[in-house]
Design a protein around this ligand. Structure first.
Ligand code: ADP
Ligand code: ADP
Ligand code: ZN
Ligand code: ZN
Length: 849
């Protein structure tokens, strides 16, 4: 083709790919270029890009470094493909959240923290009297040299005060003034020791001498006293050790094996910012050093875009002197220039990727998967690797359309450095900027799995079969959004004085009984408003008295959530930054809250489509009703693979056995006894309309719709699953094999099949992630159906098709972080499209016309 970046002899040639639904695919994909893999959800894009190309590259790599790995890898990591030639080593950047327990931060993932510490160590300004420069480790809370002695670098400390330890100072010690002390005989023991030490245990606490109170509560001393029990004449004298209230509390927290005891003492503890280091986790010496007038802790807390502004003047110094290890400041030296130049260049890449609002100190567990992937992407630019294939999963996820250009620039830098970039992508602006497109389809599951087109992007215009074509070349038939009458709100939910993260005293009104889109660039505050403040307020209300007479309120869903991820009960981190709001109006119009997210519907193969939606209950009942089952006394439980009886005991009904690989996350291989059927042989002898239970689980939703037609409860579920475009999934497809988008639609279908009018508030955070524009259309139909039955849907979105279809748009911004957090525009899509200050307006205007 005419594309100058594509060289004819640099191709990855895939032959006979059969992974998952791929139908013996042959395809040639250029190296040293940006290649976009497109197709509807379930068409097989990931099976080709990740499941085949990346997996094979990784397998070859592992084989070369560790021959014995081969045996292990064959169990689950050997792609179904005849051959692949021209394949360079591959690096996959998939969307994953930071591991929940890790202490990693934006600074550590990008390694910017290392450079910043180096800057402070070698070029910071030290206070007078410092003779030695601190090592760069001394600026890290994660090293022994740097960690604050009080909180051990965590920045959070448990503190106890007289108020927490002695809630009622009118009591005497004998009456239990020191509530934090243990109960029962231990209390009596401590009291006797206190008496032996000469304290008055009968006076009200508040009348005791302040020095005595201080000692009793906080001393580290543990005098041992000879105690003669007073009341109990039979007891022998013994030696007893004193514990101050504080010492007892911290000892229990650190050493007690009893969760109950730890919980009891926790009520006497306040958890908050460490008073010694102010939450930075650093030692005082490190906090005394500054650069450009700020401590490293202050710089870590700033958005990176501000940090770059602070460092930039140093990069432009013209009179930089050679560094002298003895001088108290290195700020005007060539070392400072070199380090800041490197830092600023790297931060600018992150700003280009729409991440400038993040601070270096931000912990990665609070980042979205899309943000995390872009952080890793930026880091790769500096890795100096070349001749590598990067395989990326929707790098545009979470990005405002305004940021699609810079993303492409970054991808181009990777190819310019001699790498190949393969992206599974749904954002047509990114796809248009690619050098090559591989369109997979035409449909999903068995209806897909073929490469419809592989070539320069323009050429797809000729491929009539392609579902992607009308979206890539608008104006072609089929892609125009239908005009629709705007709905009239049935009420308003108004938040005043909403604050969280970068939202400060914001007013926002949500029209109820309508479809509301919350928009704005990445970091503008959308999730903080919707997933934070709004959700918190409504949850709080529904948990209150009003919820008691609502059988279907969120408490029910919250109970289900631990299992399903449909809603989330609590914020995982004990952040001090909690949602607040001054006044709320209109809550009485809402009687239920449901959050539909893309979290997996289960983490083991035990959970699947049929169990999650409840349709499996109906299927099991049908099997229990067959003649053979009755004859043998098999109840519905016999047809469950989760309990002993009917299931295969080798795999305990999983159909798979877990294979632990040394360097790879645990994976699953087929059960050697039942070969994946999950049931024992006797159970499989029972058939309904000629199929045993394992065969029914192997049906796709489409097939089952006919087969289970006589079973009304199952048919209803199956109909909604087909409506949301999941007809291609198999009933027994383990939850571990579902994509985030598929999981989300299963949750929606489960909601829809409840089919009731209501006043439910649905909250969705970027529901279009992972969805092809054609799937977005399906999703929209479903969401609008929910609104048409009286419910309210609030989505955080970047997809202009979705935003244009909304009844109301709330646009936050104007930019990210501290430069955002305001409502820039609110109104109908047409209104918002006119607002000059809104970064969304331009794109929205295009989508409307
Ligand atoms: P896409 O990336 O286009 O959304 P996938 O490649 O993820 O599609 O999936 C293609 C088909 O293979 C779908 O029907 C999907 O349900 C199925 N599938 C995906 N992963 C697995 C797996 N691990 N085992 C079996 N089937 C799978
Ligand atoms: P959006 O959803 O529009 O991308 P967010 O609500 O996620 O924006 O973020 C708004 C601002 O709040 C950003 O500056 C972000 O860095 C900050 N922020 C978001 N979540 C957290 C958190 N858990 N801890 C600290 N800051 C956060
Ligand atoms: Zn501390
Ligand atoms: Zn088995």
């Amino acid at each position: 083709s005419g594309n100058p970046r594509v060289s004819p002899d640099a191709f990855v040639r895939v032959r006979g790919a059969r992974e998952n639904n791929l139908r013996n695919v042959d395809v040639d994909v250029p190296r040293d270029a940006i290649v976009a893999f497109t197709g509807v959800s379930g068409s097989g894009k990931s099976s080709l890009a990740f499941g085949t190309i990346f997996t094979e590259a990784q397998r070859r790599y592992l084989e070369s470094v560790a021959p014995y790995a081969r045996r292990l890898i064959q169990q689950g990591h050997n792609p179904h493909v005849e051959s692949i030639t021209g394949l360079p080593p591959a690096v996959a950047l998939q969307q994953r959240r930071g591991a929940p327990s890790s202490r990693s931060s934006v600074g550590t993932v990008t390694t910017l923290s290392n450079s910043l510490r180096m800057l402070f160590s070698r070029a910071g300004t030290f206070p007078d009297g410092f003779t030695d420069r601190l090592d760069s480790d001394a600026f890290s809370p994660n090293t022994a040299a740097g960690a604050c002695p009080e909180c051990h670098g965590i920045g959070v400390a448990h503190t106890v005060t007289e108020e927490t330890l002695v809630p009622d100072p009118s009591l005497s010690i004998r009456d239990g003034a020191i509530a934090a002390w243990p109960g029962a005989w231990q209390a009596k023991n401590l009291r006797d020791i206190t008496i032996a030490l000469g304290y008055d245990v009968d006076r009200p606490w508040r009348e005791l001498d302040p020095a005595d109170r201080e000692w009793l509560l906080f001393t580290d001393e543990q005098p041992v006293m000879e105690i003669t029990p007073q009341r109990d004449r039979v007891a022998k004298p013994y030696k007893g050790m004193f514990w101050s209230a504080k010492k007892y509390v911290f000892h229990t927290l650190a050493d007690s094996n009893s969760a109950k005891m730890r919980e009891r003492v926790l009520q006497f503890v306040r958890t908050g910012v460490c008073p010694l280091c102010g939450g930075s986790g650093l030692r005082r010496e490190a906090l005394a050093v500054t650069f450009a007038g700020r401590t490293i802790a202050e710089l870590n807390a700033l958005p990176m875009s501000d940090l770059a502004d602070i460092l930039r003047p140093t990069t432009m110094l013209t009179d930089a002197a050679p560094a002298l290890p003895t001088s108290s400041s290195g700020e005007r030296t060539d070392v400072a220039v070199a380090i800041t130049t490197d830092l600023v260049a790297r931060i600018e890449v992150l700003i280009d990727l729409g991440l400038g609002y993040l601070g270096l100190g931000r912990v990665t567990t609070t980042l979205s998967p899309g943000e995390m992937q872009r952080l890793r992407l930026a880091t790769q630019l500096r890795s100096g690797l070349f001749g590598v294939v990067y395989v990326l999963d929707e790098p545009s996820a979470g990005l405002h359309p305004a940021d699609a250009e810079p993303l492409l620039d970054v991808l181009e830098q990777l190819t310019d450095a001699g790498n190949s970039v393969f992206v599974v992508e749904h954002n047509m602006d990114v796809v248009r900027g690619a050098d090559w497109i591989v369109d997979v389809g035409p449909g999903a599951g068995e209806g897909g799995g073929e490469v419809l087109y592989s070539g320069a992007v323009d050429g797809l215009a000729e491929v009539a079969e392609s579902v992607t074509r009308p979206f890539l070349f608008p104006g072609a038939d089929g892609a125009a959004s239908q005009a629709r009458a705007l709905r009239t709100p049935t009420g308003w939910l108004t938040l005043e004085g909403a604050s969280l993260h970068n939202l400060v005293d914001v007013e926002a009104s949500f029209p109820l009984g309508t479809f509301v889109a919350v928009t704005g660039v990445s970091g503008s505050g959308k999730s903080s408003l919707v997933g934070g403040v709004l959700r918190d307020v409504v949850r709080g209300y529904l948990r209150g008295d009003d919820a008691a007479d609502q059988p279907d309120d969120e408490t029910t869903d919250a109970a289900a959530s631990a299992e399903t991820g449909l809603t989330e009960a609590t914020l995982p981190d004990g952040r001090a930054d909690i949602p607040t709001v001054r006044t709320v109006d209109g809550l009485e119009h809402i009687d239920r809250l449901v959050r539909v997210d893309q979290k997996p519907i289960g983490r083991t193969p035990r959970s699947n489509l049929a169990t999650y939606t409840g349709l499996f209950d109906a299927v099991r009942a049908v099997f229990a009703g067959t003649d053979l089952a009755r004859e043998r006394g098999y109840t519905a439980g016999r047809f469950s693979f989760n309990v002993a009886g009917g299931r295969c005991e080798t795999c305990l009904g999983e159909g798979y056995v877990s294979v632990e690989l040394l360097f790879l996350p645990g994976s699953y291989g087929k059960c050697p006894t039942c070969h994946g059927a999950r049931y024992n042989a006797e159970t499989l002898e029972v058939t309904y309309r000629g199929k045993n239970i394992a065969e029914v689980l192997a049906l796709t939703v489409d097939e089952a719709a006919g087969f289970l037609e006589p079973v009304p409860a199952a048919s209803r579920s199956l109909r909604t699953l087909r409506d949301v475009g999941l007809g291609y999934l198999r009933l027994g497809q383990p939850a571990t094999e579902l994509s985030g988008g598929e999981a989300q639609r299963i949750k929606l279908a489960t909601e829809l099949q409840r089919a009731r009018r209501g006043h439910t508030l649905y909250l969705l955070d970027e529901p279009t992630t992972g969805l092809h524009p054609a799937d977005v259309r399906l999703l929209l139909t479903q969401l609008h159906a929910l609104v048409d039955t009286g419910n309210t849907v609030v989505v955080v979105e970047h997809d202009m098709d979705v935003i244009a279809s909304a009844d109301w748009v709330i646009d936050l911004g104007p930019a990210g972080g501290n430069a955002g957090g305001r409502v820039v525009a609110a109104g109908t899509p047409e209104d918002v499209a006119q607002v000059a200050e809104s970064r969304t307006a331009l794109y929205l205007a295009r989508a409307i016309t």
